[in-house]
Design a protein around this ligand. Structure first.
Ligand code: NAD
Length: 361
């Protein structure tokens, strides 16, 4: 990122803090509503197709506001969701959301390079923050986000919907209870074919690349199935479409080594459909396919156990659970620190791919 952009970013963040911090305490601590008001920032695919519809199903939070740089989207969203004029913001007047008591939570659904700026501005406005994955483009940015939320007394949750899914929680439980002994070997993959040629996912400046986007699902599969943090990584980036993927990787293969000695072989791609997790233990196995879909995640274990919990809307469950945690003053299920743990490994993966060597963590 060039110096000018960093300067603009920092100026915005500092300006937001100076102008709006005093009013934050009122809205951040107010938890006596029946439903918390959510404002979506960025009205692209995920907000439009998944989050806004899921917010029609939630019991503890509701869609109250939007923040968009595309004025043509406003009437469409107002007609569909009855959003009032006073709850509509653009990227310039966003900080004045501090004065809006109807908005309790700001959900950042922008390209990853923008997550830090909007999380910090939201926190400085005194609002709780939900931020999409990948949390940010560096550990440094993640740390800034965590600190901004802490110093403003607001909660920060990362949109890892899968951790709210009982099917994923089933293999996290196996990691804890160890019915098949220690985890020895994992294969974890997450990818899809992206036919777009000029999207932020293909741009380095905006935080694109398969690793941050889909790779975090493969990484989460390995981390959650072991319940451990990797101690070393070895990675290789590749592309079969260099005319599209010249700034960022189309495909990343990465191996992880865990403190217990467990090994993981992980793959992610914007050119290959894959969605599975295989875990081999000392005395058994677990397979999930799919393992990171919006619905239908399912699997089986070597003792005949079937993992197939029905779930209506993963996103509605995620947002309801996170809203309840805020209302009850509890810790978030997937806090900023969990997003940071992934980005720490992602940074090491990129370093390994660049330097073509094992990177210790
Ligand atoms: P998208 O491209 O469809 O939408 C991005 C939005 O950001 C658009 O409304 C766009 O107008 C806006 N925007 C503002 N400034 C922009 C800029 N400089 N360049 C590009 N867009 C800009 O993307 P998406 O698929 O909705 O992804 C948004 C976020 O949600 C990402 O962090 C992504 O990883 C995440 N996501 C998460 C899931 C999940 O399952 N948790 C699924 C899809 C996307």
């Amino acid at each position: 990122m060039n110096q000018r952009r960093i300067f603009i970013k920092n100026t915005l963040i500092a300006g937001a803090a100076a102008s709006f911090s005093p009013s934050f305490l009122m809205s951040a601590t107010r938890t006596n509503k029946e439903k918390l008001g959510v404002a979506l920032v960025g009205l692209g695919y995920y907000s439009t197709d998944l989050l806004a519809p899921a917010l029609q199903l939630t019991e503890h939070c509701e869609l109250k506001g939007i923040v968009t740089g595309s004025p043509e989207k406003i009437p469409v969203w107002q007609e569909k969701y009855g959003i009032q004029d006073k709850n509509i913001y653009n990227y310039e007047n966003f900080d004045s959301i501090a004065n809006n008591e109807e908005i309790d939570i700001i959900y950042v659904v922008l390209p990853p390079s923008m997550h830090m700026e909007y999380t910090v501005r939201a926190a400085n406005a005194g609002k709780h923050v939900w931020c999409e994955k990948p949390m940010a483009t560096s550990v440094e940015e993640c740390t800034t986000m965590i600190n901004a939320c802490k110093s403003n007394g607001v909660k920060l949750a990362i949109g890892y919907r899968c951790q709210h899914d009982p099917n994923i929680q089933a293999y996290m439980k196996v990691a804890k209870e160890r019915p098949f002994g220690k985890v020895k070997m994992i294969t974890s993959a997450a990818g899809y074919f992206d036919g777009r040629t000029d999207h932020w996912k293909q741009k380095k400046d905006l935080g694109g690349g398969a690793m941050g986007d889909m790779g975090v699902y493969a990484l989460q599969g390995a981390r959650l199935a072991t319940g451990e943090e990797p101690i070393s990584v070895l990675a290789q980036a590749s592309t079969t479409r260099p005319e599209i993927y010249h700034e960022v990787e189309e495909t990343m293969m990465f191996q992880l080594e865990f403190p217990s000695g467990a090994l993981a072989s992980c793959q992610t791609s914007f050119g290959i459909q894959m969605n599975h997790l295989h875990v081999n233990y000392e005395k058994g196995w677990l397979k999930m396919e799919p393992h990171s879909s919006y619905n239908g995640n399912k699997g089986s274990m070597s003792d005949g156990t079937i993992i197939n919990f029905p779930i209506n809307s993963q996103q509605a469950k995620q947002m309801d659970e996170d809203a309840l945690s805020i209302m009850n003053g509890q810790n978030m299920l997937v806090p900023g620190e969990e997003g940071l743990r992934d980005i720490r490994v992602v940074e090491a993966i990129y370093k390994s791919a660049r330097q073509n060597c094992v990177v210790k963590l």
